[in-house]
Each structure stands twice: as structure tokens, then as C-alpha cells.
Design a protein around this ligand. Structure first.
Ligand SMILES: [Zn+2]
Length: 294
């Protein structure tokens, strides 16, 4: 694990590996209260928690690599665990993760089995938060609802430092992700624009390197938006060529050649591709994600 001090009160933490959704980059705010955000570093997390002793742990959203922050916190006895209020039901009833696979076949059986084996979520009390709850922590943190990637996905701004933690908004080489049925592509784009226009000077993201400088931060968001436009262009071209949806899914927009991947998650990547394609086709039928296709 790599820890980088950004200021007297802020430390940026990156796990040794992010493979197989086992970890994500996170932030520790060390002020009047010690607050950790998305501090899941896989097997390294328990030792980190024992040393850092945060008072509060926050998951930016419910996706497995992020909600695991709360599971680690529960195991370490952290007393306050928070998740966006819009996603609280996901940790109250782990069965709600099952519904992410909206079909009754062997894929659902695989997904249920994977969830059972990994147990990403806590079993005890977790509180839902809204933006005002984060400001009330008095940790110099502002929560910014950024739905789309997930219904309650939240980003965090440290206004005094101009530092923005953008979670899973897709500010990395992979680009934005909107592959579960509860993702919303157009809402995600609106969230990206909202964050871009904040004028942050340092940008932290869950699965990519830090971005520094106001211009570079703005460009990083523009690049993520451009990735979405390029995907839409690609799909529009393939539809013009009458390429069947099944062929587009098996080629892979996000995970090219996913059928030959080594990770156990390859079993679900075709489903994610299908959902991504559905999002784009729905947007195309309504004039495109950016409303400029008629
Ligand atoms: Zn996510």
C-alpha cells in the first residue's frame, strides 16, 4: 500500500493491487475527527485500520470494492460506518445485490455464489448519509451527490485544499462505467459536468492516478465525457452496419475479448456489456447521450 501526504490533514492511500475488484484508492482526513473514504486495500486493510484508527468510515457508493470499506471497518470496530442514504438498503439486505442480475439463469446462480464467497458487505449497523451529514462531521469535507454510476454515488470536496475525490466517475484510462441496471448514463454525464465545473486543483479517483492542476483536472473530466461519446459513435456505426447486438456484446466495448479473461468476473462481463449497450441504444433512440443526433 502507498500512502501520500497531501497536506497536514489529508493522506491519499492506494492499494498494492486493484485486480479483481479487491481494492480502491481512498482518502484519510485527519482533523477533529478521523474520516476514511473508500479505504479498502484488500488484505492490507486490517493492519492499516489498526494503525490509523479512524472514527468514521464512508463508502462513496455500494459497489463491492467500495462497500468492502465498511466490512473492514466493522471487523476493526470502527464505530461509525456511512453509505449514501439512497443505497442504504443494499447493506441492510445483502440479497439486494442479487437483483443487480435481472434474470433467472445460471448467471444469477454464479453471481449469488460469488457474493456468498466474498461477503463484501458488513452485517451490523450502517447509517445512510445525505450531504448535510458530511458537513456536520466538521472534517472540512463537502459531499457532492454524483449519481449515474450508481444511484447514490457521492464525490467529496475538501474546499480549503481544492482537492476533489471523485470515486468511480471514470477519470482513468478505463473510462466511465455504467453496466448495472441501476446505472444511468445521462445522469452520469450531468455528474461529470458538475464535477468538472467545480474548478478543483487536485483530483483523486478510485482506480487511477492523481491529477494535479486546475486545467488538467478539467481536461480529465472532458476526456471521460469524450470516452462516452466515442463509445456512442462506435455503437452508432455498428448499428448502421446492421451488426447484431449479440455480436457487439461479444466483441466488447469495455472489456474487449472478455470471454478469454482469466478473472472469475469474466462470467459477468458479457452481462455488463449488454447493459452498457442497452444504455447507449436507449440514448441513441432519444437523440444521443448529448442530444445532438437527429
Ligand atoms: Zn463503482
Amino acid at each position: 500500500m502507498k500512502a501520500m501526504s497531501l497536506s497536514k490533514h489529508l493522506t491519499w492511500l492506494e492499494p498494492a493491487t486493484m485486480s479483481n475488484f479487491s481494492g480502491c484508492g481512498g482518502l484519510l482526513i485527519d482533523g477533529r475527527v478521523r474520516v476514511g473514504i473508500d479505504t479498502n486495500f484488500g488484505t492490507e486493510t486490517a493492519a492499516w485500520l489498526a494503525a490509523a484508527k479512524p472514527d468514521v468510515l464512508i463508502a462513496s457508493h455500494y459497489h463491492i470494492d467500495h462497500v468492502a470499506t465498511l466490512k473492514h471497518g466493522e471487523d476493526a470496530g470502527v464505530c461509525r460506518l456511512l453509505i449514501p442514504a439512497a443505497e442504504l438498503h443494499m447493506v441492510r439486505t445483502p440479497e439486494n445485490f442479487h437483483h443487480l442480475v435481472d434474470r433467472e439463469d445460471e448467471l444469477l446462480a454464479f453471481w449469488k455464489d460469488l457474493l456468498l464467497r466474498h461477503r463484501f458487505w458488513p452485517s451490523g449497523p450502517v447509517d445512510g448519509f445525505v450531504a448535510g451529514d458530511i458537513e456536520a462531521l466538521d472534517a472540512g469535507l463537502v459531499a457532492i451527490p454524483t449519481p449515474g454510476h450508481s444511484p447514490g454515488h457521492t464525490s467529496f470536496l475538501v474546499p480549503d485544499e481544492g482537492i476533489l475525490f471523485s470515486g468511480d466517475m471514470g477519470i482513468d484510462s478505463f473510462g466511465p462505467w455504467y453496466c448495472w441496471p441501476d446505472c444511468d448514463l445521462r445522469t452520469l454525464v450531468a455528474s461529470l459536468i458538475r464535477l468538472r465545473d467545480l474548478g478543483a486543483k487536485t483530483l483523486l479517483t478510485s482506480h487511477g492516478p492523481m491529477v494535479t492542476g486546475e486545467t488538467a483536472c478539467r481536461q480529465a473530466f472532458d476526456k471521460a465525457i469524450e470516452v462516452i461519446r466515442q463509445r456512442e459513435d462506435r455503437i452508432a456505426t455498428m448499428k448502421e452496419q446492421d451488426i447484431p447486438d449479440e455480436e457487439i456484446v461479444s466483441q466488447g466495448l469495455l472489456y474487449p475479448g472478455h470471454l478469454s479473461y482469466k478473472t472469475e468476473f469474466r462470467h459477468i462481463m458479457g452481462y455488463w456489456e449488454e447493459k452498457t449497450l442497452q444504455q447507449h441504444l436507449a440514448a441513441l433512440a432519444a437523440g444521443g447521450v448529448f442530444g445532438d443526433r437527429h
